[in-house]
Ligand binder design. Structure first.
Ligand code: AVJ
Length: 309
């Protein structure tokens, strides 16, 4: 495991545009820091999506019609998925996420509260094609909240949607949340909170990488840098070198790798794409979804859609 991660990070950090994948945000500390981010006044997406899901729970349940299995594609602590149990009444709940351990505890707890729903937890890498042939005969609702789709580059998002339309086998749909384009100030504040929690979340990726591969990033050498790239319609998060710095990635039995950065150099850690409702609905339609129904909040900050396939 360590070897392949070292290889992956050596390639991404040595590239012309150095980067660390956003998956490295989510060690135990990073997962808890993200939970804190969702409580910040400046970070509106989580609470706005929750408002929409509550305000339109009846309309969403009517759009779904009925659900044999709810497939939670980024389940995390299953808090969002479980909010759907009383409205769409799934017979089964399949929770998917990167770390199975974190999931299993949450699902075990939920199973006690909802014994009538057959539950299971599975590790999944969403960067790989999904396949659920065993679910073909069931009416499936794929759930992908939180604007996690924003982490995908637009072309990868298209592939993800096409894959899901195929896995619906004409009997299911996708319930998805996405952050909408809005004024730059609101967007920048959501990723540059004055308390510095997002900065800690970003910097913590370096500590996680050090732990995973034995590198020697020092937090004091780097600073959080996030901005809204208007032309690309995305928030970009980076770590910026405060001065000239060298980082060592241990070789596996071979020579250690030393990577040099100059003051001001950037390591890209995340894109968070923002869509207009028109563009997002058109994107879902182009992937093969039909009968796309959407709901938003009074400020049109966030969008929830149910798309049939
Ligand atoms: C969990 C990927 C949707 O992009 O807004 C929050 C992660 N990054 N603050 C997002 C995040 C910085 C979040 N997603």
């Amino acid at each position: 495991m360590k070897n392949s991660l070292t290889e992956e990070l050596l390639v991404s950090l040595s590239a012309d545009k150095p980067s660390i994948s956003p998956k490295f945000f989510y060690d135990d500390v990073g997962s808890h820091l993200f939970d804190v981010i969702t409580l910040l006044d400046e970070y509106y997406p989580t609470r706005t999506e929750k408002w929409i899901m509550n305000a339109y729970r009846r309309e969403i349940a009517d759009a779904v019609t009925h659900c044999d299995i709810l497939v939670d594609l980024g389940a995390g602590n299953c808090a969002k998925g479980s909010q759907l149990f009383t409205s769409i009444k799934p017979k089964q709940y399949r929770a998917l996420d990167i770390s199975k351990e974190y999931l299993e505890a949450a699902v075990a707890d939920l199973q006690k509260q909802f014994p009538q729903i057959e539950m299971s937890a599975h590790a999944i890498d969403l960067s790989l094609p999904l396949t659920f042939p065993e679910l073909q005969a069931l009416r499936k609702v794929f759930f992908y909240p939180g604007s996690s789709i924003g982490n995908f580059d637009p072309e990868k998002a298209d592939q993800f949607f096409i894959n899901l339309t195929q896995e619906c086998y004409g009997n299911g749909g996708l319930l998805i949340g996405v952050d909408l384009v809005k004024d730059t100030q609101t967007l920048n504040l959501a990723y540059n909170d004055p308390l510095g929690v997002t900065a800690a979340f970003n910097l913590n990726a370096l500590l996680n990488v050090n732990r995973l591969i034995g590198s020697n990033f020092k937090l004091q050498d780097w600073e959080h840098y996030a901005f809204y790239n208007t032309s690309q319609s995305r928030i970009e998060m980076h770590l910026r070198a405060r001065s000239d710095v060298q980082v060592t990635l241990p070789g596996n039995g071979s020579q250690d790798h030393v990577i040099s950065f100059s003051a001001g150099d950037l390591i890209h850690t995340e894109n968070s794409y923002k869509y207009t409702q028109e563009h997002f609905v058109e994107k879902l339609g182009r992937a093969g979804f039909t009968k796309i129904q959407c709901w938003t909040d009074p400020n049109k900050h966030f969008l929830v859609c149910f798309a049939n396939a």
